[in-house]
Design a protein around this ligand. Structure first.
Ligand SMILES: [Zn+2]
Ligand SMILES: [Zn+2]
Length: 293
């Protein structure tokens, strides 16, 4: 069993305002934990990480952080993650190098004058950094972690987290029409939940080809081919307000109709309890609130 919380579901830049209330505007951050042993994984350090830090408070000052890539919308929460200012805290960061730079080098560059007032050395939490190969597998307590490289400018890592037969896949930022579709299908094969970049509407995609993102129809196709149980489109475009995102969800659901694939938009604060698939595509999980979106 795995518990998933989506703390940031927006792509590119945070947004706020009355038209973005239902889905929220924080950028990418997910928390995945195994209730059996309380191991915790965080994926990406977007502005949603600051919200996660507020929710954790002074408890749980440790986690493994898996970083998909280093674009702004995936690192901006790092300096505002309160637990990094706790000397008793310990975090491990795993990330593939991008354009010859390690995650640590990129973060140190982010937290440097003149673009930031304080350096990373002001954070007393223990931090270790590991460079990931483009693909691999590891174990963390009862969790299994598998990863592989996806198509995105400067690259991006997709992750699969498993525990006791339950599995969650996070695509990272991904443009499957650039060629990595089969790699993502393989990573998501039989997954209970696939949280996937579906930023652009199909009519927007031709003008944004090469920007590194997919459409909800791409996401449905990948989920169906992989036999995933529950598709959660995310990395919502900052220009897409709640109404537009509901339209986008309707489009995805129409393409999934009759397949048994469940589709719900990601939103900030979404929680999922994921158990192993037991009958076909049935999957236990998801707030009732997700059904309303
Ligand atoms: Zn992004
Ligand atoms: Zn990106």
């Amino acid at each position: 069993m795995l518990d998933v919380t989506i703390w940031g579901s927006r792509g590119s830049i945070p947004v706020c305002g009355e038209h973005f209330v239902r889905h929220g505007g924080a950028t990418t951050c997910l928390e995945i934990s195994n209730p059996a042993d309380d191991e915790r994984v965080i994926i990406d350090c977007g502005t949603g990480l600051a919200e996660l830090g507020k929710a954790w408070g002074s408890r749980l000052p440790r986690a493994l952080v898996l970083q998909t890539h280093m674009h702004w919308d995936h690192i901006q929460g790092f300096p505002f993650f309160a637990q990094l200012y706790n000397p008793a805290a310990h975090f491990e960061f795993w990330a593939a190098d991008r354009e010859g730079q390690s995650f640590r080098e990129v973060i140190e560059g982010q937290m440097a004058r003149p673009t930031f007032p304080i350096g990373m050395d002001i954070m007393p939490a223990s931090k270790t950094f590991k460079t990931l190969a483009t693909s691999g597998q590891a174990r963390r307590g009862a969790m299994t972690i598998e990863w592989s490289e996806m198509d995105h400018p400067s690259g991006c890592t997709g992750f699969r987290i498993g525990s006791a037969g339950a599995s969650v896949v996070f695509s990272g930022d991904v443009e499957v029409q650039q060629g990595c579709r089969q790699a993502l299908v393989a990573l998501a094969r039989g997954a209970d939940v696939l949280v996937m970049d579906a930023q652009y509407l199909p009519e927007e995609y031709p003008q944004r080809r090469g920007f590194g993102h997919s459409t909800p129809i791409d996401a449905v196709k990948v989920a169906l081919e992989a036999g995933a149980g529950h598709l959660v489109p995310t990395h919502h475009d900052p220009t897409h307000d709640d109404g537009r995102l509901e339209d986008k969800l309707g489009l995805a659901r129409r393409h999934a109709a009759g397949s048994g694939l469940r589709v719900d938009n990601a939103f900030d604060g979404m929680t999922l309890r994921v158990a192993a698939q037991t009958t076909g595509r049935s999957v236990r999980g998801g707030d009732l609130a997700t059904a309303a979106l």
